[in-house]
Design a protein around this ligand. Structure first.
Ligand code: MN
Length: 249
């Protein structure tokens, strides 16, 4: 099972979650919300074989922490995975939208300069602007749109731009989310939780609960759950084996 977008460092007891992740054999991409959290989270994760840590600057904190984009870019040469990054155009974050665009543009520019990275990208209320930015930076690597909530037309554009997608139990609870998921390419799909932000009732989801959405994704695509599980694992292998191009000075 695979959770390609969760915030391990934001659980009250991250080490307990990591130990359970290890026990259950879950593959995890632990995204971070600030570049300062990246080193600490890597230390927490230690040498656990199935967990990778992504270097992030969440669009919801960019209003206060935009200056940290310099640190993020400085650390990016050491990071294979970047996230959570992106744009948030929802009303609480609209005031910082211009600075968010500047920050996201700079991150993708650096990613392309370094030969590409694997990026977990937030696009709530800003699908067009996220896709415009991706389009401007050829060679940025592999953009993975997490919990995509745009229109079917924006989804088609994202597919044409080569985007991947990660979907989770919270997204699949809505009719709209299920409709989008049904139209996503199964060979560019991963599961996620967005835990602990995403919840199941009053409790946060846990990384191993990403598995819960396998039967519904399989049904949406008209394939057997076992076949989907194997396909998702192949997708993860594709990402693990992907190599960036040489960086330019
Ligand atoms: Mn997230």
């Amino acid at each position: 099972m695979i959770d390609f977008h969760c915030h391990i460092d934001l659980f009250p007891d991250p080490v307990a979650v990591l130990d359970e992740v290890e026990r259950r054999g879950t593959y995890v991409l632990a995204v971070t919300t600030t570049p300062k959290a990246w080193r600490g989270t890597r230390r927490l994760v230690g040498d656990r074989k199935r967990v990778r840590v992504a270097l992030g600057l969440h669009p919801e904190v960019v209003a206060e922490r935009h200056a940290e984009v310099a640190l993020l870019c400085a650390l990016m040469s050491e990071a294979r995975y970047v996230g959570e990054v992106g744009l948030d155009g929802s009303p609480p974050h609209r005031a910082s939208f211009d600075v968010q665009r500047h920050v996201f543009d700079r991150i993708l520019e650096e990613s392309a300069r370094l030969g590409g990275r694997i990026l977990s990208i937030h696009s709530r209320g800003a699908a067009d602007q996220v896709l415009d930015t991706i389009e401007r930076h050829e060679g940025l690597g592999i953009p993975i749109l997490h919990w995509f909530s745009g229109t079917p037309c924006q989804l088609e554009r994202a597919k044409a731009l080569g985007c991947w997608f990660s979907v989770g139990p919270a997204m699949l609870r809505s009719e709209k989310g299920r409709g989008l998921c049904a139209a996503m390419p199964v060979d560019r799909l991963l599961t996620e939780t967005d835990a602990p932000f995403a919840r199941a009732g009053s409790l946060p989801l846990f990384p191993w609960e990403a598995e819960q959405c396998v039967p519904s994704i399989a049904a949406l695509h008209g394939i057997a759950p076992g076949a989907l599980s194997r396909g998702l694992k192949e997708n993860l292998k594709t990402l693990v084996q992907w190599t960036p191009a040489p960086s330019t000075p």
